[in-house]
Design a protein around this ligand. Structure first.
Ligand code: HEC
Length: 137
């Protein structure tokens, strides 16, 4: 619903929301640019990429949080699951990237994590989430 409204508003303003696929609210190319800038210090994105401070993010959309094989330093992702984040969707990732601290308050009792990310504008978070959705075969 919100996504439909955002897409409509985005199209009306010529911002390119929804230009990538019928489903996506974010702009994949913008998302890739920002992910390379903001996330690469801690994450790899390609299939079989190595674990860094954070897990490899290939195939993250549609995955149960905290289940990347070979990454054993989760502090909060298992709590996300216990508190109702069954599967990473673009919407949930957008919420996570918009304000990771607020997301941890909501889904992990405010526990700290080594994912230190300043709050992002929601549109930018949505772009990054849209890029995440392309990380699959
Ligand atoms: C300072 C390092 C750091 C930065 C910067 C960072 N992350 Fe993370 N990320 C982590 C760590 C560590 C975890 C594991 C969280 C936990 O459970 O403690 C994580 C977890 C995640 C998860 C959940 C993975 C899973 O298996 O459930 C996603 C998705 C994610 N990060 C995406 C991003 C994106 C996109 C960015 C950039 C916008 C980003 N991260 C920036 C360190 C980082």
């Amino acid at each position: 619903m919100l996504r439909t409204v955002m897409t409509a508003v985005g199209l009306a303003l010529g911002l390119g929301f929804g230009a990538t696929t019928a489903m996506a609210a974010g702009d994949v190319a913008e998302g890739e640019k920002w992910a390379n800038r903001v996330c690469k210090a801690c994450h790899t994105f390609e299939a079989g990429g190595r674990q860094r401070i954070g897990p490899n993010l290939w195939g993250i959309v549609g995955r149960v949080p905290g289940t990347v094989e070979g990454f054993d330093r989760y502090k909060v992702a298992d709590l996300f699951v216990e508190n109702g984040v069954d599967i990473w969707t673009e919407d949930l990732l957008t919420e996570y990237f918009t304000n990771t601290a607020a997301f941890r308050d909501k889904y992990a009792g405010g526990r700290p994590s080594a994912m230190v990310l300043p709050p992002l504008p929601e549109a930018r978070a949505a772009d990054i989430a849209a890029y995440m959705a392309t990380l699959k075969d």
